[in-house]
Design a protein around this ligand. Structure first.
Ligand code: CNA
Length: 382
């Protein structure tokens, strides 16, 4: 089976007709079809009965069949400049790549955080952000996240570029996967920003759920210690020792499990771990924004983490989509134009071509000299 032939048949017959031809008439194995499409199956897939892959194939076919087509008027860099100049409601999706020029490593680049995790002996790097593992042993997360703790590093030209969109009144929303909260430093307003995975801006005690500003725990993290809730520590110190009783009065009702004891009084930054619910704000906002946006810019992300990775495929097909990153987007996406390279450089070129260089340069200068002031100025610069 050749991929090009399969795709042609899918376009011609639709998903149902395709299934009839390949599974009923020709009796092919589902796994062979998925393989021919280039879908990666789990390592021990030969132990799984073929029929169990049917729903995966159905989802895959539906998604491929409904993929958007490239727009005929957005093909070149100059076309991007034109749509950007005309746009009134821009959605910007960002990832770790917009902060690497500030010295904050991303996950999946060659020298990213995932390439340096041998010492933790994790079966999957995403376990670093696994809430169950964190509750069992927060030291692994805290040891690794020293590098991610935000410092006053200013913001990148890409953050400044997004601020320019805001200052020009054309930023509909920034959906960021980043947890460094540099958007706030750059002066992106709260109602323009969805921090899809939360951020280090605040931290919450796992036991008493008291919330503190994130910076309160930064010195502990940087010193290589696990940040603890001062209130819970005091209560623990003052508590009478109760023989044979594991559960303490101020514990949660279900806190008698071993992991609850391990994480007693541990502060956790309010970033969303795997196994935790995303803030519902994300879903509500994107369902509204997708009907209003007239341009999507996706910057510095590998688009591997759902549900943010699903935004491009949720948009109406007529909305132009531009991808700016070092590496191309995956095969499951159809961006009209991919501008590959260092995003700070790409956005500078765009700003220059649209005539926004002066505004961008001013913001970049402001960020380098007095980052905190830049945030305050956000509502003043128009
Ligand atoms: P990722 O999977 O590490 O992908 C980043 C992408 O950006 C890669 O494809 C790189 O090629 C590209 N890239 C890196 N530097 C640049 C650059 N200077 N110019 C252009 N492209 C560049 O990270 P994603 O954001 O896609 O994955 C989502 C994860 C990463 C989220 O859950 C984040 O919380 C998490 N993360 C966030 C930070 C941060 O807040 N700064 C840092 C590391 C990881």
């Amino acid at each position: 089976m050749r991929e090009a032939e399969l795709r042609r048949d899918l376009g011609r017959l639709g998903p149902q007709g395709f299934l009839e031809k390949y599974l009923v008439d020709a009796d092919h194995l589902i796994r062979d079809i998925l393989h021919a499409f280039g879908v990666k199956l789990p390592p021990d897939f030969d132990k799984v009965q073929d029929i169990n892959f049917l729903s995966l194939l159905r989802i895959y076919l539906a998604r491929e069949f409904n993929k958007r087509e490239k727009l005929s008027h957005v093909i070149t860099f100059d076309d991007v400049v034109t749509v950007l100049g005309q746009a009134r409601k821009v959605i910007v999706i960002t990832g770790a790549g917009i902060s690497t020029s500030l010295g904050i490593p991303d996950f999946r680049s060659e020298n990213g955080i995932y390439s340096r995790l041998e010492k933790y002996h994790l079966s999957d790097p995403q376990e670093l952000f696994d809430i169950h593992l964190f509750r069992q042993d927060p030291s692994i997360f805290y040891d690794f996240c020293k590098e991610l703790v935000p410092e006053d590093r200013g913001y990148s030209a890409t953050h400044a570029f997004i601020r320019v969109l805001q200052d020009r009144g054309i930023l509909l929303r920034q959906y960021t996967q980043n947890i460094d909260d540099i958007e706030s430093t750059a002066g992106i307003l709260d109602d323009k920003l969805i921090q899809c995975h939360g951020s280090f801006k605040t931290a919450t005690c796992l036991t008493c759920h008291r919330q503190s500003p994130g910076h309160v725990i930064f010195p502990e993290i940087k010193a290589g210690r696990i940040p603890k809730c001062q209130t819970c520590l005091k209560l623990q110190d003052n508590a009478p020792k109760r023989k044979g009783k594991k559960k303490l009065d101020w514990d949660d009702q279900d806190s008698d499990s071993e992991s609850e004891m391990m994480s007693h009084g541990v502060m956790k930054p309010d970033i969303t771990f795997f196994g935790e619910q995303l803030d519902t704000k994300f879903k509500d906002q994107i369902l509204q924004d997708r009907n209003e946006a007239d341009l999507v810019l996706c910057i510095g992300t590998s688009l591997r983490v759902a549900p943010v990775a699903e935004i491009p495929n949720m948009m109406p097909k007529s909305v132009p989509q531009v991808f700016i990153s070092r590496e191309p987007a995956g095969k499951e996406y159809v961006f009209d134009v991919e501008l590959l390279g260092a995003c700070d450089e790409v956005v500078r070129q765009l700003a220059h071509a649209v005539g926004w260089s002066a505004a961008l340069d001013d913001l970049v200068k402001l960020g380098k000299s007095t980052p905190a002031v830049a945030a305050q100025k956000s509502s003043e610069v128009k």
